[in-house]
Design a protein around this ligand. Structure first.
Ligand code: GRF
Length: 204
C-alpha cells in the first residue's frame, strides 16, 4: 500500500477528486496520510477533515522564511512515498524533490501557458488572449522549477468561442484535471510510471 500526502492551498477540488477515487477504487493500493495547506482559509482542509484525513495548516504568510523548514519537518512525520501538489502555489524546496516523488497538476498543456505567473485564472486568461483552440491539463513530476519536470499525463480540452476564464477553468477541471490527477496517482501506486534516462515517462 503506497502512502501519499497532498499539499493544497485553495478550494481543494482536485483533492476531492483524489479522495473520491481512493474511496471508489479508481486509485488502487494507495492511501492518503495527510493534507497540508499553506493557507488557513483553504477549503481543502475542511474536505480532508470531513473525510477523516489528518489536516495540517502551515500558514506561509505568518511563517515567512521558516515555512520550508516547517514543511520539511511536518512531512517527515509521515511515512510517505509520494507527495501530490493539488493547488499548492509555493515553490517546493530542493530537499523535498530529492527525498520524495512529487507530482503536480497544471491547468494547461505544458510547455504552453506555464511557469512563473501562470496560476489560477491567469492561465485561462492567457489561453483566451492567445486564441488557441485547444488547452488542457498536465500532470508532471516536480523537479524544483515551476511547472517543470517529466510529463506523466496530459489531456486536451476544447476552447470554445465566447468562453470566459471562469467557464474555461471549469471545463478544464471537469474534463481533464479531476480525471488526470487520480489516474496519475493510481499509475504511480501500482508501479506503472517509469522515467527513462532522457526524462521521458513511459507508462507500462
Ligand atoms: C487547479 O486548477 C490546479 O490545476 C492548479 O490549481 C488549481 C487548484 O484547484 N494547480 P483546487 O484547489 O484543486 O480546486
Amino acid at each position: 500500500m503506497m502512502k501519499f500526502g497532498v499539499l493544497c492551498g485553495g478550494g481543494g477540488t482536485n483533492l476531492q477528486a483524489i479522495i473520491d477515487a481512493v474511496k471508489s477504487g479508481v486509485i488502487k493500493n494507495a492511501e492518503i496520510s495527510f493534507v497540508i495547506s499553506n493557507n488557513a482559509d483553504a477549503y481543502a482542509l475542511e474536505r480532508a477533515r470531513n473525510n477523516g484525513i489528518t489536516a495540517v495548516c502551515l500558514p506561509s504568510k505568518e511563517l515567512k522564511g521558516d515555512f520550508n523548514a516547517k514543511l520539511i519537518d511536518k512531512i517527515a512525520e509521515f511515512d510517505v512515498e509520494l507527495i501530490v501538489l493539488a493547488g499548492f502555489m509555493k515553490m517546493i524546496p530542493a530537499e523535498l524533490c530529492k527525498k520524495y516523488k512529487i507530482i503536480n497538476i497544471h491547468p494547461s498543456l505544458i510547455p504552453s501557458f506555464c511557469g512563473a505567473g501562470f496560476y489560477g485564472l491567469k492561465v485561462h486568461e492567457a489561453v483566451l488572449e492567445k486564441g488557441v483552440k485547444v488547452t488542457g491539463a498536465t500532470v508532471h513530476f516536480v523537479d524544483g522549477e515551476y511547472d517543470h519536470g517529466p510529463i506523466i499525463l496530459q489531456k486536451a480540452v476544447e476552447v470554445k468561442y465566447g468562453d470566459t476564464p471562469e467557464i474555461l477553468q471549469k471545463r478544464v477541471m471537469e474534463e481533464a484535471e479531476w480525471k488526470l490527477l487520480p489516474a496519475a496517482v493510481d499509475l504511480i501506486a501500482n508501479g506503472k510510471v517509469l522515467v527513462d534516462e532522457n526524462g521521458i515517462v513511459k507508462i507500462v
